[in-house]
Design a binder for this molecule. Sequence first.
Ligand code: ADP
Ligand code: MG
Length: 566
Amino acid sequence: MKKLINRPEDVVREMIEGLLALYPTLKRVRGHNVVFRSDAASIRDTQVALISGGGSGHEPAHAGFVGDGMLSAAVAGEVFTSPTTDSVLAAIRAVTGKAGALLIVKNYTGDRLNFGLAAELARAEGLNVDHVVVADDVALAHEKETAGARGLAGTILVHKIAGAAAAEGKSLAEVKAIADEVINNVGTMSVSLSAGTSPSSGRQSFTLSDDEVELGLGIHGEPGVSRARLLPADDLAKKLVVPILEATNIVPGDPIIALINNLGTTTVMEQAIVARGVLRYLQSSNLKVERLYAGTFMSSLDMAGVSVSLLRIDHRLLAWLDAPTSAPAWPNVARERPGDFHEIATLAPEGAARRPVPTRTPGRFDRTILACCNALLAARDKLTELDRITGDGDLGVNMASVAEAIRRDLPSYPEDLAGSLQTLATTIQNGLGGSSGPLYAAFFLRASGTLAKSRENDPTSWAAAALDGCEAVSELGNARPGDRTMLDALVPFCTTLHDQLQSGASLSRSLQGAAQAADEGAQATARLKARRGRASYLGDRVLGHPDPGAVAAAIWLRAAVESLSA
Ligand code: ADP
Ligand code: MG
């Protein structure tokens, strides 16, 4: 187990100390892991207090939802352990006044017992306390043999809506009815790619192989109701949404909101992809999605996965969802209907009309370029592996995708060599990311410019143009041969070609010599430390492995030579 903690037995207390430091509007009840609004005393006679809580490990739930317009207090138990009755009672005493308090309890036996007994004791002290139980889990909705549906991320929607209603001054009975309305209209279903690891046991609660996911799981490390094959995100989104629609009787035409909840370590990128997939599926099912939320609301330690919650709403519930809150973990920004994947085209400068597509006869240039593209496509895995070792692993895929783009655009390139190279630069500029993209675009742009100005149109002037291209790469990237970059293949190639042609060698001999110089230059980079590019951060660790960009250059240069010599 690797975690940023001190001692496993201190995690809850130290987390709360950190939260108090981060959010100075929160206070703690002495002797208890209870966090409450520091202004609780001044509002408790006019506003119903909302109290929630449960085991820790679900952060930001519940302390992150304490604030104006959401919870008045949150009670934290040990990790995945219900808080004690005493702590719940301490929370009730801290925030309950004449307006009374509503306890929002997730449906787990321990929570029901401890919150239930605390409410009983508080009533015996003369406090006006009621409670609701959230059981939004649709995976266990039909289970008769278990304790029933669990309380999951839908609980946060209860906090938000009931919290906004309480802030408006609604009575305890009214706030309770509104909370129950949310509870009766919300459903949640989750998928996990890997289980979380408890800080005390140091063990994962279940294990999944690389191609498996667990569906319908809870937030305490309990396994789900079924296992499935890992599917694309859109298919998983549908697998989550369909049972929720069934369980909640949400039908086409219903206005709803969707909440995508990170169960722990799902990247923001994946959350957005799932949110998109869920929205698309809901829209294609003719549901009116009024709000779409994604983020971490109710996690399960470091579990990788998400839950989806759907809530049927009306304009009242929507207004309470939109009401501002000072609770740190609520996304206050999501107050509009989700868009239809808005896009605007980038504006081309005035007069930059598209060049008409000339008809052209594919000749030697096309054959050579195609040979280079095919060689790069064939080398994809090799370049990926090399760039994985000394870079970020994207070079193989990037070169392959620009090769595809060039193969696609080539038929519309202009007839002349200078024009073709300029268009090639444009294709590369559009289609090749990373560092290689701008460097190769500069290479071909400069070479094209030299050729356009050149009076001759022979191999020697091509070689001179290519040398100018190298100069452009050098200027843009501030690198020289010997710095362990693509220049260690490009420069030997161009220099050898130029020099051999000038000394009277035949074209094919010169080309062969140049290709060999590029290969040797690329291989020699294995003995060089990088002074440019991301490999420069690795120091000695790159030694023994050639530079991927130099190898890529040698590969396409060799393919060009073979094609020209054929
Ligand atoms: P990134 O590192 O941005 O992912 P790529 O994977 O597209 O870039 O390309 C990596 C290659 O780019 C390196 O192997 C190296 O040959 C080349 N490169 C990096 N920086 C420079 C530079 N400043 N000048 C010339 N070539 C460079
Ligand atoms: Mg890279």
